[in-house]
Design a protein around this ligand. Structure first.
Ligand code: MRU
Length: 356
């Protein structure tokens, strides 16, 4: 996608390193960052300079490639895989990316590993772009159908950031929105701010603005009210892990939006690349590990001050404890459909088996 008119991906290889868009600087500054080592890749994932399930997986793959460039021994491969796997717990794409690299590299002689790793990471990145373009195509048909029925602007609610910044390009939940917008379908996006890290307010709003898509940022608590008043035609969110039965794990607060959508008859779609399906799990609430992050992400907030500086301020009383659960699980029964690169399927075990 374009940043100030220049095409960018979120991650790309250079001669001897990897570069990323540093998402912790957005929306107030667009900055890129060089990852020189596997440890740099691990830190970028942990500190959320890159984030979003598909992009985490691709960054981990490049992390393995960086490790192999420096030392292609069995021990270095095992170490890189275990360090990267521990960076964040919830998005299954991280495990998917690392295990794909391990499976390819482990049987190869050491002398071939560095080149093969670099090629495989690039292939995984390109595959992500193609997958997301296909998600966009399938999802935009749903938007088109709603527009044909309504014959007026389609209002779409989304949560967190599942746009191109969360992938290598295009995004998952936002891919149908970009495809529909580019096809001339009139639409407007309600952007949940997504506390505590505000990925909606800072990242989704920024990328929609860069593409010229009409949007409005709302506080996380507003969605139910908008749905009660007929102001939301559909919701589309991304996800970090889907179980074999269709339970969906996504950014904290997604479940509450799904409940409100169900109560108001608003279609609730989840967009995902099939590598986000964890075929080993059935019950998402019981089985998916939920990341807990630092209290400071809740007690403090950063923003642009009138003097042009970005500063962090405390919003809670000193001494109040905070809990910071990163994700929640939406049961399959609340999901209208899963938008994948292979088409739209019901969120149930039978329909999902066709994706295996
Ligand atoms: O904590 P984050 O910002 O990595 O969480 C991201 C999300 O919850 C996204 O909705 C999800 O990863 C899907 S990204 C296409």
């Amino acid at each position: 996608m374009k940043v100030n008119g220049t095409p960018f991906r979120t991650i790309w290889p250079t001669a001897d390193a990897v570069e990323i868009i540093d998402q912790t600087r957005l929306p107030h500054m667009f900055a890129t960052l060089r990852l020189n080592t596997m440890r740099d890749a691990e830190r970028a994932i942990r500190d959320m300079q890159v984030r979003g399930a598909p992009l985490i997986g691709v960054t981990a793959a490049y992390g393995v490639a960086l490790a192999m460039r420096d030392d292609a021994s069995d021990a270095a491969l095992a170490d890189a895989c275990s360090v990267l796997l521990a960076a964040r717990p919830t998005a299954v794409n991280l495990r998917w990316g690392v295990e794909k690299m391990r499976a390819l590299l482990a049987p190869l002689p050491e002398s071939e590993r560095a080149t093969a790793a670099w090629q495989e990471a690039a292939r995984i990145a390109d595959e992500d772009v193609a997958i997301n373009a296909a998600i966009g195509k399938h999802g935009s048909e749903i938007v088109r159908a709603i527009h044909q029925h309504k014959n007026a602007t389609v209002n779409i609610l989304t949560h967190c950031n599942a746009g191109w910044l969360a992938t290598v390009d295009w995004g998952t939940a936002l891919a149908p929105i970009y495809a529909a917008f580019d096809a001339g379908i009139p639409l407007h996006v309600w952007v949940d701010e997504t506390r505590p890290r505000n990925q909606g307010a800072s990242l989704t709003a920024w990328e929609l603005g860069q593409h010229g898509v009409p949007h409005t940022v709302i506080v996380d608590n507003a969605g139910g009210h908008l749905m009660q008043h007929g102001m939301v035609d559909m919701a589309i969110v991304g996800c970090d892990r889907v179980t074999a039965c269709g339970d969906v794990c996504n950014k904290i607060g997604t479940y509450l939006k799904a409940l409100a959508a169900h109560d108001n008859g608003v279609p609730f779609y989840v967009a995902l690349p099939t590598p986000t399906i964890d075929w080993t799990l059935q019950d998402g609430v019981k089985e998916i590990p939920i990341e807990e992050r630092a209290e400071e992400e809740v007690t403090h907030i950063a923003g642009l001050c009138d003097d042009g500086q970005v500063r962090t301020v405390q919003v809670t009383p000193r001494g109040s404890r905070a809990a910071n659960y990163g994700f929640d699980v939406t049961p399959a029964r609340l999901v209208t459909g899963l938008i994948t690169e292979r088409g739209v399927v019901a969120a149930d075990a039978g329909a999902m088996r066709t994706l295996k």
